[in-house]
Design a protein around this ligand. Sequence first.
Ligand code: MF3
Ligand code: CO
Ligand code: CO
Length: 290
Amino acid sequence: MTRNDLCWCGSGKKYKKCHEDFDERLSEIKFDIFKGQMRPPKKIINNPHDIEGIRKAGVINDGALDLMETMVKPGIDTATLDKAAYDYITGHGGIPACLNYEGFPKSICTSINNVVCHGIPSKKMILKEGDIVNIDITTILDGYYADASRMYMVGKVSPRAERLVRVTKECMELGIAAIRPWHFLGDIGAACSAHAKANGYSVVTDLGGHGVGKAFHMDPFVPHVGEKDTGMLLVPGMVLTVEPMINEGKSAVTFDTNDGWTVRTKDGKLSAQWEKTVLITETGTEVLSS
Ligand code: MF3
Ligand code: CO
Ligand code: CO
């Protein structure tokens, strides 16, 4: 690639006015393979047009999560929430990414109490006072994906459940706050897990965050445990999710072999999760869906 060629990122700009400095900086970095440090592949670096696309998908996704806020109450079933999210997303020109994803039968995931993630909405699942439920929604708009989830409290919940929900949100926020461009992926998990541990909780390691944007699940896998300065280099233009699953008891989970999806805590205790889609910028981060 010469300096006057169009940049590899697809921005339409000349290389010298786009990623030339970026590549120079990247080429100066010494990767320590013993720390699992590695260079990010070019295909996960988004250009401004891609970022705008993900941002727009994020606006609809956030609207669907807001709608859930108004609907979650004792007595509502999760199929009704699913239908409302489907109508909202499609009504705004989007597609719910979960629907038919690897055979997933619904538009959103609804994960109640001891369900860690990937709970399937159903007429038979009726929310009751004191439940905590994670609603995880991903919207596709013009081919771009935005993925986020929140915890919702059903009526009045126990202080114990409330503390788990709050600390899990803090884990996500601290994980995001640990992201710095030109530093490493392991910083995220180090921050999430330190806070979980300090509060007596455990972190699910069988599932994690992921690159997102031009597809639902892209590189890198984002662990919510880890060590600073390890793993993939984080650079401007990368978009990934931070979505810690934090358990009240032990970190072990089970995968339901009947429905093929539902992930539960092995010990039956509570689990919580919060998720945001995050862009890495020149100076830090920008949240694209939450
Ligand atoms: N939204 C989930 C995530 O955060 C993935 C759900 S996949 C589904 O990565 F098929 F269960 F919907
Ligand atoms: Co999600
Ligand atoms: Co995700």
